[in-house]
Design a protein around this ligand. Structure first.
Ligand SMILES: [Zn+2]
Length: 501
């Protein structure tokens, strides 16, 4: 019994002007063959899948295809995607015959002229293995599920949590589904329903009993305990995608068509009726910084969704930083930025150097306003650490050479590459303790809560500029299907008979 495994992972943001090239997939590790199995054996969804399968009595042979993962950013170049699809399918050709294929995907990867990269990969894989070989894919909760993806895979297994603290478990669930298909010879039916809505991530916290997402997560997890249901998921898509098949979706794979359809209907209806509960309450930027300053005891976290590097923004916005430096902070104030040019300058000048740094407006000329700031180089470091928490389990991160630029008690961490700028271990890599700060800016709309919710005295979601604005429907989109809520008010939509594949 041979099972092929591959990974293609990036959350694309089409507002981000920086193209994602093949080189952008290198820092997180490009692997193939046995190296893929060895390196990913305890990491993210592939790790969950590998460890589950390794416990099967049949002892299947795991065959690594290719692993490509890049931090969220702008659309991939056509050349990069063509190369990666080729590498993946070429490896599969050499691996044939295989008994099953597992792909760990994000589901919101967009390339120049190719809005559904994962659908295309699944199509090519299906063409190579034929209709009888089980193909299972795992997906992020912010995936844009397309008809192509549903039709080419036997089952899609989505994260159930946001913050995404179940990445490893999602791989395990995918393996469990694979076992039903491959060993138990179950022939399931998938029902799929697109919902004409896109919601912000801020309030979609599946761990918060006050959030609409809490009950939905409980529902999904409960439904999957039914042996007649292989998988069920809600995809509240990444909002910053200007593509034709854009929209939320529900998908259910069960042993009977009636069951799959019924679950799909029930879930779609519930989500549609409660859509307004996702709209976030934002604090104006200057107010948020002032409120943080007035709160001298304990840590205040400012959620910078607009420039969230987790949502594929450039990480170069200067708006919150400009406000932070107006205040004297009793303890450190931590802000972050992706600014390779600022890192380079700090390295050339050395620790202790004082100068006027030019920051912003280089990588992102739309949302990032250039500023000049008097700084001292407080530290030079490599932004390398292991991410466990939101989005990662034992996931090696490398954001490249980095520096801490200090202005008064404001510590600005500048990195060469994008990454999880919210992660406590990122601050620790710089020799700083995030939990001792007065205020910390987390470039993330919701995921940062996994690390800070319990320890922050106060959290404000800030109305901040960037490629991932919370009120995305106020921005210009040209390709999305209309009507689509909340761009359009829709009063007459009712759940339709789901598409069955
Ligand atoms: Zn996500």
């Amino acid at each position: 019994m041979r099972i092929a495994i591959g990974q293609l992972w990036q959350e694309t943001n089409t507002f981000n002007p920086l193209p994602t090239t093949r080189a952008d997939f290198e820092p997180l590790g490009i692997y193939s063959g046995d190296e893929l199995i060895a390196k990913m054996a305890d990491v993210n969804e592939p790790g969950g899948f590998i460890q589950h399968v390794q416990k099967w009595p049949e002892r299947p042979q795991l065959v690594g295809l290719a692993r490509f993962a890049a931090w969220p950013s702008g659309p991939a170049t056509r050349e990069a995607i063509a190369g990666m699809l080729h590498d993946m399918t070429d490896a599969l050709c050499h691996a044939l015959p295989v008994d099953a294929v597992y792909l760990a995907l994000h589901g919101a990867l967009v390339a120049d002229g190719m809005p559904d990269v994962e659908g295309e990969l699944l199509r090519q894989v299906r063409e190579l293995v034929g209709p009888a070989i089980p193909v299972v894919a795992s997906l992020d909760l912010h995936t844009n599920i397309t008809r192509q993806m549903v039709e080419r895979a036997d089952a899609l297994v989505l994260y159930h949590t946001a913050p995404h603290i179940d990445v490893f478990e999602t791989g395990q669930r995918a393996a469990k589904v694979m076992r039903r298909l491959l060993v138990d010879r179950v022939r399931p039916v998938t029902a799929f329903q697109k919902i004409p809505m896109v919601v912000p991530a801020e309030r979609a916290n599946t761990q918060d009993p006050a959030s609409v997402s809490f009950g939905i997560r409980q529902f999904l997890q409960h439904v999957e305990t039914d042996p007649e249901v292989l998988s069920i998921g809600l995809a509240t898509v990444q909002p910053w995608l200007d593509i034709p098949e854009m929209g939320s979706a529900v998908v259910a794979t069960a042993t009977s068509q009636a069951n799959a359809e019924q679950l799909c209907r029930e879930l779609a209806d519930q989500v549609w009726r409660r859509r307004r509960e996702y709209l976030p309450e934002l604090t104006e930027l200057a107010d948020a910084v002032r409120l943080a300053h007035e709160n001298p005891a304990g840590l205040v976290v400012l959620g910078d969704a607009g420039d969230s590097t987790n949502s594929g923004s450039t990480g170069e916005a200067t708006a919150i930083l400009s406000e932070l430096v107006k205040h004297d902070w009793p303890r450190p104030a931590f802000a972050t930025m992706v600014a390779p040019y600022a890192v380079e300058e700090a390295r050339q000048r050395g620790v202790g150097a004082k100068y006027a740094a030019q920051l912003g407006g280089v990588r992102d000329q739309r949302f990032s306003k250039p500023i000049t700031l008097d700084v001292e180089v407080a530290n030079l470091f490599d932004a390398r650490f292991t991410l466990t928490g939101h989005i990662g389990k034992n996931m090696p991160i490398d954001m490249g050479p980095a520096a801490v630029l200090r202005h008064g008690n404001v510590h600005l961490l500048v990195t060469t590459r994008s990454g999880p700028h919210f992660a406590p271990d990122f601050f620790r890599a710089a020799g700083l303790d995030p939990f001792t700060a007065s205020v910390l800016v987390a470039k993330s709309p919701c995921g940062f809560r996994a690390a800070y919710q319990e320890r922050a005295k106060k959290i404000y979601m800030v109305r901040s500029p960037g490629c991932a604005p919370s009120d995305f429907w106020n921005y210009r989109y040209e390709r999305i299907p209309r009507p689509l809520w909340p761009w359009d008010e829709i009063n007459d939509w009712a759940v339709k008979p789901p598409i069955v594949a």
